[in-house]
Design a protein around this ligand. Structure first.
Ligand code: ADP
Length: 614
């Protein structure tokens, strides 16, 4: 047999040929011994049967059928009359041969099947031994019937020691629910999963993630339970360590950020606080926190807000809250808290639970208050400075019509004193006074609108009309200096959008500046006002004088408020012009004339259809 097994691999042709030849030789040898010893048919057939069974264990059904047939032929040849022939003289001799053949095939099949299922079971057990999970099988009485290598390693008992023992007693099992409940689940579902605590051979506690599977026989009756356990002790310990570290960090962070956390079971009124929450409310860590403790610390004015919040939460009307409350402490100390909360994830409809954070924002609020006060101060200072500028601009703008009024009134008095009085001149002078008065009124009106924050009145304007109006207003000023106006106004200019009075003021300021600049020059005093259209379709107005021009060092500061070179000047005229033009989407530039005489101020306004004026 040893030769057979080593002669080749099972199933290969070489193996089969060796097996078949050896088998047939063995049977022939038995037959020869039988003939030599003159054995009876039954004895020889019995020996052959044993040999066939043994040889057949080495291979499949075909081999056993082959050996059975070979055996039957040998028996027929040597032991069935007539001997040494395959003939059968008596019909009754067929039956022992047939019985030999059938029993040989049947017995070999049965033995092989038994061996096969044993092999399979061994294979399965070997596979279970490969598993890293501790696996054992318990019968209905909880007695261990299988125990794999991993179970030996995990619990410390060898297979021989564990088999036959009561599993719960051996492992001192602690169940998460009662054993009876667990058994009911197993019977109804066929399986169960959960955490168990076992005690190993050394007496250490082992926490396992356990999976149970109910085993049933072919009639569906439970015969045992396969339990597969995975050691999670280390993992749980690591998780626990991590949780503790996290809690530590959380504690530190809460301290740093002055933020405490809380939980509140609405139904039972139970309250949970973090260490920092105790710190914020200034209670001893050993006290059990209550809502009353919060109430006791609240500023009297905030109690109503707090009570309302509790009422709404109790009635299930709010799912979250975000409030600021003040706390009062003995010695006139106070704290400002920002409390946020929402319904917790573990609550149920009949047992709502709020979780939240309570932040001590006292320092932040104090800083806010300081900032607010600083901003109020700043805006007051700004307003004062704006009022200063505004006052200066009122003085500047209203100054011109007022001086026109007094000049005209003076002239009228002189004309009236003539004999006969110059009534025509007086009438004209009075009209000038009325015009200047109403212009002053319009300027004051506009400033009033500005103060109230109302938009200025923008209309479509023909700039040439405005220029002519201005010339009418300031004619006397230039005549008094024996100067003259020259107007070069382009016909058909596009309209511009703007505030008429404001644009009048711009041109008046530029013209008066020119007249004032020429007051020191003696000859050829001329103000030339030109209107034209540039290549981009914009309206361009320039005011050119024949004065001394602008000193180079003054050019960069010309448009700054309060910049003036004149002793009686305020330095507001050009600043006002710049801001008015900015509002109208235009800009002002100044340059000295190419011929070295005087300066030109030029402004550009967009035409009506693409006016960017506010
Ligand atoms: P103010 O006329 O009160 O001085 P402005 O803002 O109107 O204020 O003018 C500022 C300065 O710009 C004047 O003081 C002057 O030096 C200069 N300036 C303005 N217009 C002219 C001009 N046409 N020729 C020369 N210098 C001028």
């Amino acid at each position: 047999m040893a030769t057979l097994r080593s002669s080749g691999k099972k199933g290969t042709w070489r193996y089969l040929i060796v097996l078949w030849i050896s088998g047939c030789l063995l049977l022939a040898a038995i037959a020869a011994v039988g003939v030599w010893a003159r054995m009876h048919f039954a004895t020889v057939s019995f020996c052959m049967l044993i040999a066939i069974v043994l040889i057949s264990l080495l291979d499949s059904f075909i081999s056993s059928a082959l050996f059975s047939t070979a055996g039957a032929l040998l028996l027929n040849y040597f032991f069935t009359p007539p001997e040494y022939s395959f003939e059968i003289s008596e019909a009754s001799d067929i039956f022992p041969l047939a019985a030999f053949l059938v029993s040989s095939v049947a017995v070999t099949s049965l033995v092989r099947r038994g061996r096969e299922s044993e092999r399979r079971l061994r294979e399965q057990a070997r596979l279970l031994d490969l598993s890293h999970d501790a696996i054992f099988v318990r019968d209905n009485r909880d007695v261990i019937t299988y125990w794999n290598h991993a179970a030996e390693a995990l619990y410390g008992w060898r297979q021989s020691e564990a088999l036959g023992k009561d599993a719960s007693e051996l492992l001192n099992t602690v169940f998460p629910i009662s054993r009876e409940e667990l058994q009911l689940i197993l019977l109804s579902d066929g399986h169960w999963e959960g955490e168990l605590r076992h005690t190993n051979r050394r007496g250490d506690q082992v926490i396992v993630s356990s999976r149970w599977t109910l085993q049933r026989d072919e009639n569906g009756e439970p015969v045992g339970t396969l339990e597969s356990n995975n050691d999670i002790t280390e993992r749980l310990r690591a998780e626990d360590r991590l949780r503790r570290i996290q809690a530590q960090y959380l504690d530190e962070v809460q301290k740093l950020s002055r933020t405490g956390s809380f939980g509140w079971e609405v139904k039972t009124g139970e309250v949970f606080w973090s260490a920092q929450a105790f710190e914020i409310f200034e209670y001893d860590l050993n006290e059990a926190p209550t809502l009353a403790m919060v109430r006791n610390r609240l500023h009297p004015d905030d109690v109503a807000v707090f009570e309302q919040m509790l009422k709404d939460a109790n009635a299930g009307q709010i799912a979250n809250f975000d409030v600021e409350l003040r706390l009062s402490f003995p010695g006139d100390r106070s704290k400002q808290l920002h409390i946020v909360g929402r319904v917790g994830p573990n609550g149920s409809p009949d047992s709502r639970q709020f979780i939240g954070a309570v932040m001590d924002v006292t320092t932040a609020r104090q800083a806010d208050e300081r900032l607010r006060r600083a901003m109020t101060e700043l805006s007051r200072a700004n307003r004062a400075s704006a009022l200063g500028e505004l006052g200066a601009s009122i003085a500047h703008e209203v100054g011109q019509p007022l001086s026109a009024i007094s000049t005209n009134a003076e002239a009228c008095r002189m004309w009236l004193m003539r004999d006969p009085p110059y009534f025509d001149e007086v009438r004209e002078g009075v009209e000038q006074i009325i015009a200047a008065g109403s212009r002053a009124g319009a300027i004051v009106q506009r400033i009033r609108r500005l103060i109230k924050g109302m938009p200025s009145e923008h209309t479509a304007i023909d700039i040439n009309d405005v220029i002519e109006e201005v010339v009418g207003i300031v004619r006397r000023d230039i005549e008094r200096q024996r100067g003259k106006f020259r107007l070069i106004l382009a016909p058909g200019l596009p309209l511009v959008v703007g505030d008429r009075v404001q644009l009048q003021q711009v041109i008046i300021n530029l013209v008066l500046n020119g007249i004032q600049a020429m007051s020191t020059t003696t000859a050829n005093k001329e103000i030339t006002v030109v209107s034209q259209r540039d290549a981009g379709g914009n309206v361009v107005v320039s005011v050119r004088d024949s004065g001394p021009g602008i000193a180079a060092e003054n050019l960069p500061r010309l448009f700054d408020p309060f910049f003036t070179t004149r002793s009686s000047g305020m330095g507001m005229g050009l600043a006002i012009c710049t801001s008015i033009l900015k509002v109208h989407g235009g800009r002002l530039v100044a340059e000295n004339n190419d011929d070295g005489q005087g300066a030109t101020f030029r402004f550009v306004l967009p035409p009506m259809n693409d006016s960017k004026a506010a």
